[in-house]
Design a protein around this ligand. Sequence first.
Ligand SMILES: CC(C)(COP(=O)(O)OP(=O)(O)OC[C@H]1O[C@@H](n2cnc3c(N)ncnc32)[C@H](O)[C@@H]1OP(=O)(O)O)[C@@H](O)C(=O)NCCC(=O)NCCS
Length: 133
Amino acid sequence: MEVVYYEDKYFDSLNCLLEEVFGVYKTYKSISDDFELIMVNNNEVVGYLALNKCVDTLSGKNYFYVNYVCVKEEHRNQGIAKALFLKVFEICRELDIAYLELTSNSSRVAAHKLYEKLGFSVRETTVFRKELI
Ligand SMILES: CC(C)(COP(=O)(O)OP(=O)(O)OC[C@H]1O[C@@H](n2cnc3c(N)ncnc32)[C@H](O)[C@@H]1OP(=O)(O)O)[C@@H](O)C(=O)NCCC(=O)NCCS
């Protein structure tokens, strides 16, 4: 198994994972400033996370918004999510990223344990969204 950057040859395999875990699909090819990491096992995508590079308007600092963290059910508790995040931390050091941010539903107990273990702390805030299209 290895953590690699997403390439379009993994499009179908990634969509199997995303559909299985979140019921969503990737619908577009990668664009610049988007970073996607996958864990590949025998050519199958068994883990994934997406990074969006953002800039804090006031401080000018770069940060990543982390999205769609997931591991295929039968491969959980084997350190795959942790390995994906260790690669993220490496990328952050290379790109001078000041912090990571993500949101997570309170029902996602395993994910919260993972994030705490990796040094994330909870910010007291509520996420709002207004759907436009
Ligand atoms: C959350 C998720 C990504 C974790 O992936 P994983 O590969 O199983 O996690 P890892 O094996 O790398 O675990 C790393 C650490 O997270 C914690 N952890 C992970 N799963 C856990 C669980 N079920 N219960 C308690 N702690 C857990 C542990 O502290 C673990 O460290 P340890 O093995 O040293 O104890 C996976 O369970 C998943 O895909 N869940 C469904 C999707 C989801 O909820 N995504 C998050 C959206 S915000």
